[in-house]
Design a protein around this ligand. Structure first.
Ligand code: ADP
Length: 487
């Protein structure tokens, strides 16, 4: 297969190629802006309930053909889709950075990560096994069947414009469901590019449908439609709660991957080099705009000063700038609302006694939007601060000191969220004890980057329910039925 994107093209040229490919889907409607420059990139349709229902019509019409394909063939198409994504890695990364802001290298990493969900799900398509359960009567057989739930709706946020779609799309398509997708209004172009690649890979029309526009109208239409059997949502807890209330109407099955408020614990017996490295990778990926980023650091008294000074030195080296510029590791925040939240959290912390060890202010860059925030370390963090109550979604690390393990676990668990938690220790007994005690769905034990396609990603408490990734993700898109067969 030939690609139009040669290796010497600039990011701007690569984006132009993509806008040409998805041109039929970009018309007047919602403007998409480059968060690093405020430049207009393209418009996508501002569709509502009628278009949402139209997408379900198409998904429903394609359902029988898709579910009746042999699993091997569905898997083969998903693999081809994943391969095309990898071939287009650089051009997709350029498009993603243009609408989302993250550094190009991170965007390319997201494309590989996104493709890995399709690749893993492709294999799972062939492993959807039924069972023959021993019956209590000699003349009976009990057959357990696994079947696709039907049309699945997928609603995604802007922070991972590719991976949050494929993490749901892969298992849904592997299971034999057809899907309707609503990407976030800030980042619809990557979603439309994925739709283009899926068609090119041979995924039949109607199997993967994308609707852009009015969030409440689109999702409302889907939850009012009895043909939509499943909604998988990643986003804020507030919107998750709204969707859950609306899902009661048709008892639509739900998976909700909501906000997080990750604690990051460093014990006296930690390998500090690894702890600092893990903290930087974890905290500053996507400028701190991920639901599994550390929101609060608790460091044991014996290593507090050492950890904090090494961490401060490491983050001083991070370059803030436009994602397409060389050497940048922290891009812009997504929008002005995001910036206002970060500033409010920092101001509140300072008013309540925190001190700035590093950063703590905007970074103004000539010719670029005023949307960059310095990597920040605050000391004197306490539970009353807004930083402790809400997700900051920015490059801010508040740190506090602790003395006893039990105290650290209690502070770590004192949150309504339960998505991800991290801790560093070299003591094997402590490692197991702490991992078991933390009330979080994803635990990084000496690991600041736990996300991977094989693992069951998801949260507890106000972080939602359902697991994405690995074989666990398939459960969300399969119905279990049994046949009691009298012979
Ligand atoms: P974030 O704070 O990360 O933007 P949101 O929950 O607001 O998270 O957005 C995640 C997804 O939810 C996006 O696709 C967005 O369009 C959608 N969304 C936002 N508000 C609503 C709403 N009232 N009803 C349904 N979907 C919504």
């Amino acid at each position: 297969m030939t690609t139009e994107t040669g290796s010497r093209q600039s990011p701007e040229e690569r984006v132009r190629v993509w806008l040409g490919r998805i041109a039929p889907e970009i018309r007047s409607g919602i403007g998409v802006q480059n968060p690093a420059t405020d430049e207009f990139v393209a418009s996508v349709p501002n569709d509502g309930a009628a278009a949402a229902r139209g997408a379900v019509d198409r998904a429903e019409a394609a359902a029988a053909q898709w579910r009746n394909l042999v699993a091997e063939e569905r898997g083969r198409l998903l693999l081809r889709f994943a391969e095309r994504m990898l071939e287009e890695q650089d051009s997709l990364a350029a498009l993603l950075t243009t609408e989302q802001g993250k550094p190009l290298a991170e965007a390319a990493g997201e494309i590989r990560y996104a493709a890995s969900f399709l690749r893993f799900a492709a294999g799972e398509a062939e492993r959807i096994y039924g069972e023959l359960v021993p019956a209590s009567q000699a003349d009976k057989r009990i057959l357990v069947l696994r079947q696709p739930v039907g049309v699945a709706a997928i609603v995604t946020p802007w922070n991972f414009p590719a991976a949050m779609i494929t993490r749901k799309l892969g298992p849904a398509l592997a299971a034999g469901c057809t899907v309707v997708v609503k990407p976030a209004e800030q980042t619809p172009l990557t979603a439309l590019a994925l739709g283009w690649l899926a068609r090119e890979a041979g995924i039949p029309d109607g199997v993967f449908n994308i609707v852009t526009g009015e969030p409440a109208a689109i999702t409302g239409a889907w939850l009012e439609d009895p043909r939509v059997r499943k909604l998988s949502f990643t986003g804020s807890t507030e919107v998750g709660r709204l969707l859950m209330a609306k899902a009661s109407r048709n008892l639509t099955r739900l998976s909700l991957e909501l906000g997080g408020h990750a604690p990051f614990l460093v014990f006296d017996d930690a390998d500090l080099d690894r702890a600092v490295e893990g903290a930087v990778i974890n905290k500053f990926r996507n400028a701190g705009q991920t639901c599994i980023c550390a929101n609060r650091f608790y460091v044991q008294a014996g290593v507090y000063d050492e950890f904090v000074s090494r961490y401060a030195a490491a983050i001083r080296e991070l370059k803030v700038g436009r994602g397409t510029d060389e050497g940048v590791s922290i891009g812009p925040l997504i929008d002005d609302t995001g910036m206002a939240k970060v500033e409010t959290h920092v101001e509140d912390a300072l008013a309540r006694g925190a001190t700035v060890r590093e950063g703590g202010k905007r970074v103004r860059l000539p010719g670029l939007a005023d949307r960059f925030y310095a990597p920040t370390l605050l000391e004197g963090f306490t539970p009353e601060m807004l930083l402790a109550q809400e997700e900051t979604f920015g490059p801010v690390s508040p740190a506090a000191r602790f003395v006893h393990e039990e105290e650290a676990i209690a502070m770590a668990n004192a949150s309504r969220y339960g998505l991800a938690a991290y801790f560093y220790t070299r003591d094997a007994a402590r490692l197991m004890r702490v991992a078991e005690a933390l009330e979080y769905g994803v635990i990084g034990a000496n690991d600041g980057a736990p996300s991977t396609a094989q693992a069951p990603f998801g949260g507890m408490k106000h972080s939602g329910f359902g697991r994405e990734g690995g074989r666990y993700a398939m459960e969300d898109y399969l119905e279990t039925k049994y046949v009691s067969w009298r012979i």
